[in-house]
Design a binder for this molecule. Structure first.
Ligand code: FAD
Length: 514
């Protein structure tokens, strides 16, 4: 039984149901992925705060001017892969070797590589990694300008040790989003041994002693229970999976007591170790048109409807640079996102005019937060405290300030300068580090990559073992972004697909045991 039909849940449901002797039940709180905007690549922010979004927010962030940061998460078949920006950048060899070096056996770069490969067309899998159909000329100018500032060219941002500036590959097919549901789940739905229930919101894991036997859930028909013959596998994502464990009495003793939840199994790490990519950067108006500001023009809509071409095929961040801010670092610690549009107000407002965004991202944040319960009501949103920019050395902020400075150099370089009208944010008056830092505190947003809240490991704070089984509870696994011990220096969707591909083998191996 699988809870959550997001990136991980879709892969697992499809892989496990390949064996006709296994019956798979997949519960999803959201609905079918029929909304038109899901398919249109550039329209992902139109899905924000709609019925396919859990529409979370963090608690007020002390170091971000007290703001509550908006946190979209997919609530629909495909999960966040149905509303994401479709970028495929899996990170650096050192990320996965780092997991293994910290006691997570079986997850080194060499170990995970076959699962990345198996997910793609080259390995016979359905995870799509496509070139952009219609690259924006201002994106090309930004890439050329980055090279002029000395950032090396990178042909393949998914090389084992990627570094430099290059064009992003995307989860798209023929100009449309190709979510993990499109690739894995939908083709498998004809199988008689796979049942998919949408509108089924799991509210707790059923336990008999220390064994998980099923889940209770609310569906349009009322309160229901489903029993698992073999395993319960939680794939609710980095916020909802720890929330469900806590609601089921699995977690830190004091936190459960605070909410009057009876302790079923003490596991102090549930919800801890929340890591996320924070982004801030430079917004610049351009004298040149052709940016995504015009994506909803009649011409653009017609081109898309008739030929699946043009501005609406853009995933917004069309190119990226992976950069080391200090030469002695082993791998990049900064990502620049190159987008031919003004991405304003966390993507919640339309672009006010033609322009570009060069976003900076702290790839290896030192700030670590947590997720917990607001209340014992399963329909309440979880309490999200990412502690952005809270690292005592101020290293995360330094990386972002360096990123803004590099972004400005790129915008001023000869290949881009002719297109530049004026810098809107931080704005020309922000010159000192402190002034730049102020604009970061005012404008930073999530890059939507929460991980780590049910982390793998063998120490006392680990929630699952390296085979993704919840420590101390039989018949219960977690398979989603929450098991990552550390954020990769990339984006999280393909790594989650990899984790679920490997999990399918781990589950099958258990089933094969006598
Ligand atoms: C706006 C946005 C942009 C992003 N852009 C990119 C990008 O460009 N590239 C990239 O690599 N990554 C990107 N990401 C991140 C990436 O999509 C996620 O890391 C990945 O999809 C997470 O997979 P998951 O399986 O852990 O969780 P999800 O895909 O979020 O799936 C969780 C699923 O579980 C369901 N669920 C939750 N709770 C319950 C419950 N109690 N009962 C039943 N069902 C439940 C949810 O509705 C959801 O369908 C983005 C994410 C967002 C939100």
């Amino acid at each position: 039984m699988i809870v959550g039909a997001g990136s991980a849940g879709c892969v697992l449901a499809a892989r496990l149901s390949e064996d006709p002797s296994v019956s798979v039940l997949l519960l999803e709180a959201g609905g079918e992925d029929r909304k038109r905007e899901i398919r249109i690549p550039a329209a992902f922010s139109k899905l924000y705060r709609t019925d396919v979004d859990w529409s979370y927010a963090t608690v007020p962030q002390e170091r971000l001017a007290g703001r509550q940061i908006y946190v979209p998460r997919g609530k629909v078949l495909g999960g966040s892969s149905s509303i994401n920006a479709q970028m495929v950048i899996r990170g650096h060899r050192a990320d996965y070797d780092g997991w293994a070096a910290n006691g997570v056996d079986g997850w080194s770069w060499q170990d995970v590589l076959p699962y990345f490969e198996r997910s793609t067309a080259d390995g016979g899998g359905p995870f799509e990694i496509a070139e952009h159909r219609d690259r924006n000329r201002l994106t090309e100018a930004l890439v050329d300008a980055a090279r002029e500032t000395g950032v090396p060219h990178c042909d393949d941002l998914n090389a084992p040790e990627p570094e430099g500036v290059g064009y992003v590959r995307v989860s798209q097919r023929a100009g449309r989003r190709w979510s993990v549901a499109d690739g894995y789940l939908h083709p498998a739905r004809e199988r008689p041994n796979l049942t998919v229930l949408t509108g089924a919101h799991a509210t707790g894991v059923l336990l008999e002693g220390r064994r998980a036997t099923g889940v209770c859930y609310r569906s349009p028909g009322g309160e229901e229970e489903a029993r698992a013959r073999r395993e319960v596998i939680l794939c609710g994502g980095a916020f909802n999976t720890p929330q469900l464990l806590l609601l089921s009495g699995i977690g830190p003793r004091e936190h459960l007591a605070e909410h009057g939840i009876e302790l079923a199994h003490e596991l102090p790490g549930v919800g801890r170790n929340l890591q996320d990519h924070l982004a801030a950067g430079v917004l610049a108006a351009t004298t040149t048109g052709g940016t995504l500001y015009a994506a909803e023009s009649a011409r653009s809509i017609a081109r898309y409807l008739l030929f699946r071409r043009g501005l609406l095929t853009s995933n917004v961040v069309e190119a990226a640079a992976l950069v080391r801010t200090r030469p002695e670092l082993r791998a990049p610690d900064l990502e620049l996102l190159l987008a031919p549009v003004l991405f304003v107000d966390e993507g919640l407002a339309p672009p006010p005019r033609h322009g570009v965004t060069v976003g900076a991202v702290v790839l290896q944040p030192k700030s670590v937060g947590w997720v917990g319960l607001r209340s014992s009501d399963p329909f309440d949103s979880p309490l999200i405290e990412p502690c952005y920019l809270a690292d005592p050395e101020g290293e995360d902020l330094r990386v972002l300030v360096d990123g803004v400075r590099l972004a400005r150099k790129i915008l001023a370089a000869p290949a881009f300068a002719p297109h530049l009208d004026e810098e809107l944010e931080p704005g020309p008056t922000a010159t000192t580090d402190e002034e730049v830092a102020d604009s970061i505190r005012r404008l930073a947003q999530t890059l939507y990559h929460p991980v780590g809240t049910c982390r793998m490991g063998t120490d006392d704070e680990a929630v699952v073992d390296p085979e993704l089984r919840v420590h101390g509870v039989e018949g219960l696994r977690v398979v989603d972004a929450s098991v990552m011990p550390r954020l990769p220096r990339g984006h999280t969707n393909w790594p989650v697909v990899m984790i679920a591909e490997k999990a399918a083998d781990l589950v099958r191996a258990t089933m094969a045991l006598p």
